[in-house]
Design a protein around this ligand. Structure first.
Ligand code: TMP
Length: 207
Protein backbone atom coordinates (compact mmCIF):
# COMPACT_ATOMS: atom_id res chain seq x y z
CA UNK A 1 0.00 0.00 0.00
CA UNK A 2 1.45 3.36 -0.97
CA UNK A 3 0.71 6.19 1.44
CA UNK A 4 3.10 8.55 -0.29
CA UNK A 5 1.32 11.84 -1.17
CA UNK A 6 -1.91 10.74 0.51
CA UNK A 7 -4.10 13.21 2.35
CA UNK A 8 -6.09 11.71 5.26
CA UNK A 9 -8.41 13.46 7.72
CA UNK A 10 -9.76 12.46 11.14
CA UNK A 11 -12.80 14.42 12.20
CA UNK A 12 -15.85 14.29 14.45
CA UNK A 13 -17.72 16.01 17.28
CA UNK A 14 -15.81 17.45 20.25
CA UNK A 15 -14.79 14.65 22.62
CA UNK A 16 -14.79 11.93 19.92
CA UNK A 17 -11.15 10.99 20.66
CA UNK A 18 -9.80 12.18 17.33
CA UNK A 19 -6.43 13.47 18.58
CA UNK A 20 -5.65 10.07 20.17
CA UNK A 21 -6.74 8.26 17.00
CA UNK A 22 -4.79 10.66 14.75
CA UNK A 23 -1.63 9.90 16.73
CA UNK A 24 -2.23 6.12 16.54
CA UNK A 25 -2.92 6.37 12.80
CA UNK A 26 0.18 8.50 12.26
CA UNK A 27 2.35 5.87 13.98
CA UNK A 28 0.73 3.03 12.00
CA UNK A 29 1.32 4.78 8.65
CA UNK A 30 4.93 5.57 9.64
CA UNK A 31 5.42 1.86 10.38
CA UNK A 32 4.52 1.22 6.70
CA UNK A 33 7.70 3.09 5.76
CA UNK A 34 6.24 6.45 4.70
CA UNK A 35 7.07 9.83 6.21
CA UNK A 36 3.94 11.21 7.88
CA UNK A 37 3.22 14.76 8.98
CA UNK A 38 0.22 15.91 11.03
CA UNK A 39 -1.44 19.30 11.38
CA UNK A 40 -4.41 20.64 13.28
CA UNK A 41 -7.18 22.65 11.67
CA UNK A 42 -7.73 25.42 12.65
CA UNK A 43 -4.07 26.23 13.30
CA UNK A 44 -0.84 24.59 12.22
CA UNK A 45 0.78 27.85 11.01
CA UNK A 46 1.67 31.09 12.80
CA UNK A 47 -1.23 32.89 11.09
CA UNK A 48 -3.56 29.92 11.58
CA UNK A 49 -2.81 29.73 15.31
CA UNK A 50 -3.71 33.44 15.66
CA UNK A 51 -6.99 32.78 13.82
CA UNK A 52 -7.58 29.76 16.09
CA UNK A 53 -7.18 31.96 19.17
CA UNK A 54 -9.81 34.39 17.84
CA UNK A 55 -12.20 31.52 17.01
CA UNK A 56 -11.94 29.78 20.38
CA UNK A 57 -11.75 32.89 22.60
CA UNK A 58 -14.79 32.74 24.92
CA UNK A 59 -15.00 36.56 25.01
CA UNK A 60 -15.79 36.69 21.26
CA UNK A 61 -19.47 35.94 21.89
CA UNK A 62 -20.60 38.43 19.21
CA UNK A 63 -19.12 36.39 16.35
CA UNK A 64 -21.68 35.54 13.66
CA UNK A 65 -21.69 32.27 11.74
CA UNK A 66 -20.45 33.86 8.46
CA UNK A 67 -17.37 35.41 10.09
CA UNK A 68 -16.78 32.12 11.92
CA UNK A 69 -17.02 30.14 8.68
CA UNK A 70 -14.65 32.46 6.79
CA UNK A 71 -12.09 32.47 9.60
CA UNK A 72 -11.99 28.64 9.64
CA UNK A 73 -11.60 28.70 5.86
CA UNK A 74 -8.83 31.32 6.02
CA UNK A 75 -6.81 29.29 8.52
CA UNK A 76 -7.23 26.23 6.28
CA UNK A 77 -6.18 28.10 3.11
CA UNK A 78 -2.99 29.21 4.85
CA UNK A 79 -2.31 25.70 6.17
CA UNK A 80 -2.64 24.29 2.66
CA UNK A 81 -0.30 26.93 1.24
CA UNK A 82 2.38 26.72 3.93
CA UNK A 83 2.32 23.09 5.02
CA UNK A 84 -0.01 20.59 3.33
CA UNK A 85 0.75 21.20 -0.33
CA UNK A 86 4.56 21.19 0.15
CA UNK A 87 4.34 17.98 2.22
CA UNK A 88 2.19 16.16 -0.35
CA UNK A 89 4.46 17.33 -3.18
CA UNK A 90 7.45 15.96 -1.25
CA UNK A 91 5.71 12.56 -1.18
CA UNK A 92 4.82 12.65 2.51
CA UNK A 93 1.51 11.42 3.88
CA UNK A 94 -0.54 14.12 5.62
CA UNK A 95 -2.81 13.19 8.54
CA UNK A 96 -5.11 16.06 9.52
CA UNK A 97 -6.89 16.69 12.80
CA UNK A 98 -10.14 18.13 11.27
CA UNK A 99 -10.79 19.71 7.83
CA UNK A 100 -13.66 21.11 5.75
CA UNK A 101 -15.94 18.33 7.07
CA UNK A 102 -15.95 20.21 10.41
CA UNK A 103 -17.05 23.47 8.75
CA UNK A 104 -19.87 21.55 7.03
CA UNK A 105 -21.05 20.00 10.34
CA UNK A 106 -20.49 22.98 12.69
CA UNK A 107 -21.09 26.18 10.66
CA UNK A 108 -23.01 24.55 7.80
CA UNK A 109 -25.45 22.29 9.61
CA UNK A 110 -25.44 23.21 13.32
CA UNK A 111 -24.80 26.92 12.70
CA UNK A 112 -27.37 27.14 9.89
CA UNK A 113 -25.18 28.50 7.07
CA UNK A 114 -25.99 25.37 5.01
CA UNK A 115 -23.67 22.50 4.06
CA UNK A 116 -23.99 23.31 0.33
CA UNK A 117 -23.06 26.97 0.97
CA UNK A 118 -19.98 25.89 2.94
CA UNK A 119 -18.88 23.59 0.10
CA UNK A 120 -19.42 26.37 -2.48
CA UNK A 121 -17.27 28.77 -0.43
CA UNK A 122 -14.62 26.06 -0.06
CA UNK A 123 -14.57 25.53 -3.82
CA UNK A 124 -13.60 29.15 -4.36
CA UNK A 125 -11.28 29.42 -1.31
CA UNK A 126 -9.28 26.21 -1.28
CA UNK A 127 -7.00 24.69 -3.89
CA UNK A 128 -8.08 21.21 -2.83
CA UNK A 129 -11.45 20.68 -1.22
CA UNK A 130 -11.60 16.94 -0.44
CA UNK A 131 -8.80 14.66 0.81
CA UNK A 132 -8.28 10.99 -0.13
CA UNK A 133 -10.24 9.91 2.95
CA UNK A 134 -12.11 11.48 5.86
CA UNK A 135 -12.84 9.34 8.91
CA UNK A 136 -15.56 10.73 11.13
CA UNK A 137 -15.45 9.36 14.68
CA UNK A 138 -19.10 9.25 15.65
CA UNK A 139 -19.91 9.66 19.33
CA UNK A 140 -23.02 10.52 21.38
CA UNK A 141 -23.10 13.62 23.60
CA UNK A 142 -22.94 11.72 26.91
CA UNK A 143 -19.82 9.73 25.92
CA UNK A 144 -18.19 12.89 24.51
CA UNK A 145 -18.90 14.88 27.69
CA UNK A 146 -17.13 12.22 29.81
CA UNK A 147 -14.01 12.68 27.67
CA UNK A 148 -13.99 16.48 28.00
CA UNK A 149 -13.32 17.07 31.70
CA UNK A 150 -11.56 20.42 31.23
CA UNK A 151 -12.25 24.11 30.61
CA UNK A 152 -14.35 24.50 27.45
CA UNK A 153 -13.62 26.88 24.53
CA UNK A 154 -16.09 29.14 22.64
CA UNK A 155 -17.22 26.37 20.26
CA UNK A 156 -17.50 23.71 22.97
CA UNK A 157 -19.67 26.08 25.03
CA UNK A 158 -22.38 26.31 22.36
CA UNK A 159 -24.64 23.83 24.20
CA UNK A 160 -26.14 20.37 23.76
CA UNK A 161 -28.67 21.21 21.02
CA UNK A 162 -25.91 22.70 18.85
CA UNK A 163 -23.57 19.76 19.46
CA UNK A 164 -26.29 17.19 18.71
CA UNK A 165 -26.76 18.97 15.36
CA UNK A 166 -22.99 18.86 14.77
CA UNK A 167 -23.16 15.06 15.10
CA UNK A 168 -26.14 14.90 12.69
CA UNK A 169 -24.27 17.19 10.28
CA UNK A 170 -21.35 14.77 10.07
CA UNK A 171 -23.72 11.84 9.50
CA UNK A 172 -25.53 13.76 6.73
CA UNK A 173 -22.25 14.68 5.04
CA UNK A 174 -21.26 11.00 4.87
CA UNK A 175 -24.39 10.33 2.81
CA UNK A 176 -23.39 12.54 -0.11
CA UNK A 177 -19.62 13.03 0.01
CA UNK A 178 -17.91 9.86 -1.16
CA UNK A 179 -14.63 10.20 0.78
CA UNK A 180 -16.42 10.53 4.18
CA UNK A 181 -16.59 7.35 6.31
CA UNK A 182 -18.18 6.88 9.74
CA UNK A 183 -16.58 4.88 12.57
CA UNK A 184 -18.35 4.14 15.87
CA UNK A 185 -16.11 5.95 18.37
CA UNK A 186 -18.06 4.80 21.43
CA UNK A 187 -15.94 1.63 21.31
CA UNK A 188 -12.64 1.07 23.14
CA UNK A 189 -9.62 2.95 21.74
CA UNK A 190 -8.05 -0.17 20.12
CA UNK A 191 -11.33 -1.22 18.46
CA UNK A 192 -11.76 2.28 17.00
CA UNK A 193 -8.16 2.19 15.72
CA UNK A 194 -8.78 -1.16 13.99
CA UNK A 195 -11.89 0.22 12.25
CA UNK A 196 -9.95 3.32 11.15
CA UNK A 197 -7.18 1.16 9.64
CA UNK A 198 -9.73 -1.05 7.84
CA UNK A 199 -11.25 1.99 6.11
CA UNK A 200 -7.90 3.55 5.28
CA UNK A 201 -6.66 0.29 3.71
CA UNK A 202 -9.79 0.07 1.56
CA UNK A 203 -9.61 3.73 0.51
CA UNK A 204 -5.91 3.85 -0.29
CA UNK A 205 -5.96 0.53 -2.20
CA UNK A 206 -8.76 1.90 -4.34
CA UNK A 207 -6.61 4.71 -5.71
P1 TMP B 1 -10.24 21.18 18.04
O1 TMP B 1 -10.54 21.43 19.47
O2 TMP B 1 -10.66 19.85 17.57
O3 TMP B 1 -8.86 21.53 17.65
O4 TMP B 1 -11.18 22.18 17.17
C1 TMP B 1 -11.46 23.44 17.57
C2 TMP B 1 -12.95 23.71 17.62
O5 TMP B 1 -13.36 24.32 16.38
C3 TMP B 1 -13.84 22.49 17.80
O6 TMP B 1 -14.87 22.84 18.74
C4 TMP B 1 -14.47 22.30 16.46
C5 TMP B 1 -14.51 23.69 15.86
N1 TMP B 1 -14.43 23.77 14.39
C6 TMP B 1 -15.48 24.37 13.70
O7 TMP B 1 -16.45 24.80 14.30
N2 TMP B 1 -15.37 24.49 12.35
C7 TMP B 1 -14.27 24.06 11.65
O8 TMP B 1 -14.20 24.18 10.43
C8 TMP B 1 -13.21 23.41 12.39
C9 TMP B 1 -12.00 22.92 11.66
C10 TMP B 1 -13.33 23.29 13.76
Amino acid sequence: MDFSGKFIVLDGPDGCGKSTQAEMLRKWIASQGVEVVSFRDPGGTEIGEKIRDILLDTTNHKMGVRAELLLYMASRAQLWHECIEPALKAGKCVVMDRWLSSTCAYQGYAGGAGIETVIKIAETSLERVWPDAIIVLDVDLATAAKRMQRELDRMELKGDAYHEKVRQGFLKLAKFVDCVNIVDARQEIEAVHKDVIKIIEKRINRK
